[in-house]
Design a protein around this ligand. Sequence first.
Ligand code: AQP
Length: 350
Amino acid sequence: KPLVFSGVQPTGNLHLGNYLGAIRKFVALQENNDCIYCVVDLHALTAQLVHEDMQTQIRSITAAFLAAGIDPQKHIVFNQSQVPQHAELAWIFNCVARIGWMNRMTQFKDKAGKDREQASLGLYAYPSLMAADILVYRATHVPVGEDQKQHLELARDIAMKFNLDFHDKIVPTGLGVDIKVGEEPVDAYFPMVEPLIDGPAPRVMSLKDGTKKMSKSDPSDLSRINLMDDQDAISKKIRKAKTDPDALPSEVDGLKGRPEADNLVGIFAALADKPKADVLAEFGGQQFSVFKPALIDLAVEVLAPMNTEMRKLMEDPGHIDAVLRDGGARARARAETTMNEVRDIIGFVR
Ligand code: AQP
C-alpha cells in the first residue's frame, strides 16, 4: 500500500483552509493507503518559542483529526515531539540541503517579515525538518495545501542528493526510483515524494481579500472560518465576505480576475465534493445574495457535526493523550528502522 504522511501545526485555530486543503484529504486517503498523520509540535516553535497553551493546541488538532473521521487504530496519529528521530534526520538533512536552496523558500520570506535577522534559525530550517517528517517513514504521498508545494520540491531535492551522495552505500531497496550516476542507474534509499494538491480548493483565500491565503495568523477573525466557529459565526462571516457586484458566471473561465468570487465558488465546490463547473451550472447568472445563503447552509451542514464532535473529544484530554501515546510508539518503531539504516549508510558506529 502507498504510504501517506502529512502534518498540521498546533499554532492556533484550525480554519476552513486547513480542512479543505489538508484534513479532508487525509480522511479520504485512509481507504486505500497506509497513513501517518502528525501534529507537528516541533514546527510550532519556529515562529514563536513560548506557547502557554501548547498542550491544548496539540489536543485540539488531534481532536479535529478524529472528529473529521481519521481512524487512529487503522492508521497512525501522533505528535512529532514523541518521535525524536524526526529531529535527528532533520539534522542530517541540514547537512544535505544547500543554503542556496533554503534561500529560495518563499514561506520563510513571508513569515520572517522585514527583520529577517531576528527570525529563528528553526524557521529557516523548517523545510528540512518537514522533509525529515516525511522521509523518516519513507512516505511517498503527501496531501497538503498549495502553499506547501515548494517545500515538497525541496524534500525531493534533499532525497535525491542523499541518494546520489551515498549511492555506493545504499543497499538495493526496490523502491524503483530512477536515479543515475553518469549513465549508470543506481538504487535509491529515499523515495521521491508526490504532493497531493488536487481538488477545487487547493488554496483557500481570505474572506476579506481574495488575493491573500486564509491563514491562522491573519489578525482579522472575519478573514477565516474556524472549525470551532458556531453556526452564527459561520453565517456572519460568509455574509460579510468580500465580493464584487456582478452575478456569478456560468463558466469557470468567467471567474478569472474575480478572486473573491473564485474563492467562494471553490469553497462551495470543495465542501460539496464536486467540480467548480457543476457549482456554476447551478448558480451561474445568480447574485451573491442567492449564492451566499446556499454556501452558509452547506458550510454549516459539513462543519457543525465536526464541531460538535471536537468539543466532545476535548472534554476527555486523557483519551486524546492515549491516542497520541499509542500512535507515537508505533511511529517511533518505524522511524527507528529507517534511522538504523541511515546511520549504517552514513557510516556511524552503533
Ligand atoms: N488557505 C489554505 N488553503 C489550503 N490549504 C491550506 N493549508 C493552510 N492554509 C491553507 C494547509 O493546511 C495544512 C496545515 O497547515 P499548517 O498548520 O502546517 O500551517 P500553515 O501552512 O502555516 O497554515 P496556516 O493555517 O495558514 O497558518 P499561518 O497563519 O501560520 O500561515 C498544510 O497542508 C497547509 O498547506
